[in-house]
Design a protein around this ligand. Structure first.
Ligand SMILES: Cc1cc2nc3c(=O)[nH]c(=O)nc-3n(C[C@H](O)[C@H](O)[C@H](O)COP(=O)(O)OP(=O)(O)OC[C@H]3O[C@@H](n4cnc5c(N)ncnc54)[C@H](O)[C@@H]3O)c2cc1C
Length: 395
């Protein structure tokens, strides 16, 4: 007679989704082992939201996610909602605040969320092995065997919660994808998301000259459009609006930037010409743009002078140029600087209710390793909580 496996479930990865899955399964009385190569668990949670952890967004719905199957996240997000996570924080006495509408952060430190997850795991009897180098994972006779540099463990179920490729310095590797391939699943090619964009040539020179300037802008590409803060950097463009569009942008594609969103720039310039004809154009333009940007934009476009002297045609060209500035990024700052990975394990092979693999009984994938990527604003952690919870109820 074969011996029963050591564990009901082994979870690979002690990040956001792995710890949520572990606590949920442990609470159900499952014998849970979590294995991670990092010494400290929840490293990305710790640095998230600039150390304040933007742990959810009240509007977490599938339309705030990129996924080849756009409906895949729906059931898990409905089953464990932002409110559920807020209740969990409340039970642990962790105070939070809404910075932008819907965007929730810890009032204190992100460390509190990591401690809460650890505490939940402890109370549920979950065992966590940190600092383990995973050598191999095998599936044999309805059980999984995980071999690390320190031992070998068997389980009835295996949850892959190994995250995406973003920020290798925080522990990211490709192991999650390698395991998916090993078990016959497809991978939607991973690419950096929520990442600054880089430029070359004249555009780079301009970004360098304007490094540090930030302003509200609307940025669009063929697939999406966002309005938020834009920041010029010494490598190109960054800021929330660029991070958002970067998840949709494809190499070679131009972006259209509106540097004066919601303002009828031509009408406002015409009005100023009528009513304040003695003013310099740069003075008027500085009402709508940061002064340095307004001045230098006019230098490069050759359009300075008093309002009375400037033909309407020039004003029209200027307004159109600022509303529809077309630029083509050279690339992104790569996985080293990306907050998330777009693409990942093809969800076609998974049950959206449980995250279970349809073709390999007992195998589950949760969190960022999947082809589900949230917008900036707490959506990625909510996906980690919801998908981890879904699997935790099913293992
Ligand atoms: C700087 C930064 C800030 C962010 N801020 C926010 C935010 O404010 N709000 C938000 O919603 N999202 C934010 N995110 C994204 C969010 O942190 C991730 O989407 C989320 O942590 C994904 O959870 P996960 O469990 O899938 O993966 P992870 O949290 O990345 O966990 C994966 C775990 O697997 C382990 N692992 C990986 N490879 C191996 C291996 N080969 N062997 C053993 N263990 C391995 C890792 O050590 C890690 O513990 C941020 C990301 C970054 C990088």
């Amino acid at each position: 007679m074969t011996r029963p496996p050591d564990w009901d479930v082994i979870i690979l990865g002690a990040g956001a989704s792995g710890l949520m899955c572990a606590a949920t399964a442990g609470r159900r009385g499952r014998r849970v082992l979590v294995v991670d190569h990092a010494r400290r668990m929840g490293e990305k949670v710790r640095v998230s939201g600039g150390g304040r952890c933007n742990f959810t967004h009240r509007a977490a719905r599938p339309d705030h996610y990129l996924a080849t199957d756009p409906d895949f996240p729906r059931l898990a997000l409905q089953a464990f909602t932002p409110k559920d996570f807020i209740h969990l924080l409340d039970r642990h006495g962790i105070r939070h605040q809404e910075k932008e509408p819907g965007q929730l952060f810890c009032a204190g430190s992100a460390e509190q969320v990591v401690s809460m997850l650890q505490d939940e795991c402890r109370r549920s009897g979950v065992n966590i092995l940190a600092g383990q180098k995973i050598h191999r994972v095998d599936a044999e006779q309805h059980r999984f065997a995980v071999t690390t540099d320190q031992g070998r463990w068997q389980s009835a179920a295996l949850v892959v919660a190994l995250g995406g490729r973003s920020m290798p310095k925080l522990g990211a590797t490709t192991l999650g994808y390698d395991l998916a391939r090993q078990f016959g699943l497809k991978i939607v090619p991973p690419r950096p998301g929520l990442v600054p964009l880089t430029f070359g040539g004249e555009m780079l020179a301009q970004c360098r000259a304007w490094t540090g300037i930030s302003l509200k802008a609307t940025v669009s590409c063929s697939q999406a459009r966002f309005t938020d803060e834009l920041l010029f950097t010494h490598r190109g463009l960054s800021g929330p609006v660029i991070l958002q569009i970067s998840s949709y942008w494809r190499p070679g594609e131009p972006l259209t930037l509106d540097l004066a969103p919601g303002i009828e720039l031509f009408a406002r310039l015409r009005q100023a010409k009528e009513e304040e004809s003695g003013l310099h154009l740069r003075t008027v333009l500085s009402r709508f743009l940061p002064r340095k940007l307004a001045t230098e934009w006019l230098v490069t476009q050759g359009g300075e002078g008093r309002m009375a002297e400037i033909a309407d045609k020039r004003l029209r060209l200027l307004a159109d140029g600022l509303h529809q500035w077309r630029v083509t990024p050279l690339g992104t700052s790569g996985f080293e600087r990306a907050e998330v990975t777009v693409g990942g394990v093809d969800t076609n092979a998974l049950d959206p209710c449980t995250m279970a693999c349809r073709t390999v009984p007992g195998l589950f994938f949760v969190g960022e390793v999947l082809d589900v990527t949230g917008w900036l604003g707490g959506f990625n952690l909510q996906w980690a909580w919801s998908s981890g919870h879904a699997a935790g109820l099913a293992v």
